[in-house]
Write a protein that binds this ligand. Structure first.
Ligand code: ZN
Length: 292
């Protein structure tokens, strides 16, 4: 799932490739992905892409004041195409292609564009056409962006103060902090040497400062690693940069202990017992059965 660093990188990527180009047309293949009907998606045809921005995990293409807003969700991705002029018309219901954005040909006759794809059966990729990105409910509800200057230690202190939820859930909640998902919350908690199940309100001032440092450093480093990469290389880069997430059974880079996981109905978290939970494995009935 693309999180803040990957969406930030896609934002830069599209800024370099797409800004200044005219939208030729947009093919919505997966009709359920389109969440708005007024203005219609056809209204983007003929407009020029003037800017690209990120809001949390949302991508926002400004087309002469009309915005194409994209949320890639859990299994969505964006792939750039250097030339779509020979691309076959798309048939709904076949394959992962959800939306195709065709751009006007350049002087060399190449008509670039990009495609939004979504793997798997759960279709959550979402596209909005709006004059105001703040009208998109997921954007309107976003908490502060951790890469914004206003996200200080004091800001984080106000966020965790009195909050009785587990820190892992708090970090993932887009309404509390924008842009962090399942992967980077695991990474942040490993960097902060903190149990994912710790209750936010019990953090000391020193722990809040450590957590703040871990959030900023983890995300900035991931953004830097991803910077300048082509959209198609981002997934592999994300995977290779992760220290605990999706690394169950492998040794921790920091201490050598075996990375463990806790499974939930539709997700799992990974952590290092020595670094994060005083050496004690967290309760996970399914995994403890497997390890015996
Ligand atoms: Zn460790």
């Amino acid at each position: 799932m693309p999180e803040l660093p990957e969406v930030e990188s896609l934002t830069h990527f599209l800024r370099e490739r797409a800004v200044g180009r005219t939208v030729l047309g947009i093919d919505v293949v997966a009709i359920q992905a389109l969440k708005t009907f007024d203005p219609p998606v056809t209204a983007l045809g003929g407009l020029t892409i003037t800017g690209v921005a990120r809001h949390g995990k949302f991508l926002d293409l400004d087309c002469d004041g009309l915005h194409l807003v994209i949320h890639l969700a859990r299994a969505g991705w964006l792939r750039w195409r250097d030339d779509l002029s020979g691309a076959k018309p798309v048939r709904p219901g076949k394959g992962p292609l959800a939306v195709r954005v065709r751009l006007a040909p350049d002087e060399e006759g190449l008509a670039p564009g990009f495609e939004l794809t979504e793997a798997g059966t759960q279709k959550r990729l979402a596209v909005y056409v709006t004059t105001n990105p703040d009208d998109v409910p997921g954007i309107a509800a976003l908490g502060p962006d951790p890469l914004d200057e206003s996200f200080t230690v004091d800001a984080l202190k106000r966020i965790v103060g009195g909050n009785r939820t587990q820190i892992k859930g708090l970090l993932r909640d887009q309404k509390i902090i924008a842009g962090i998902g399942n992967a980077y919350s695991d990474e942040v908690l490993h960097a902060a040497k903190m149990s994912p199940f710790k209750i936010a309100a019990t953090l000391t001032d020193a722990q809040i400062a450590d957590l703040h440092e871990a959030i900023i450093t983890t995300l900035r480093e991931a953004v830097e690693r991803a910077h300048g990469l082509a959209a198609k290389d981002l997934k592999a880069e994300k995977k290779s940069g992760l220290r605990v997430h999706n690394r169950t059974g492998q040794p921790c880079d920091v201490c050598g202990d075996t990375i463990r996981e806790v499974s939930f109905a539709d997700s799992s978290l990974q952590y290092c017992p020595t670094c994060q939970t005083g050496g004690k494995p967290l309760a996970d009935r399914r995994l403890s059965r497997l390890l015996k």
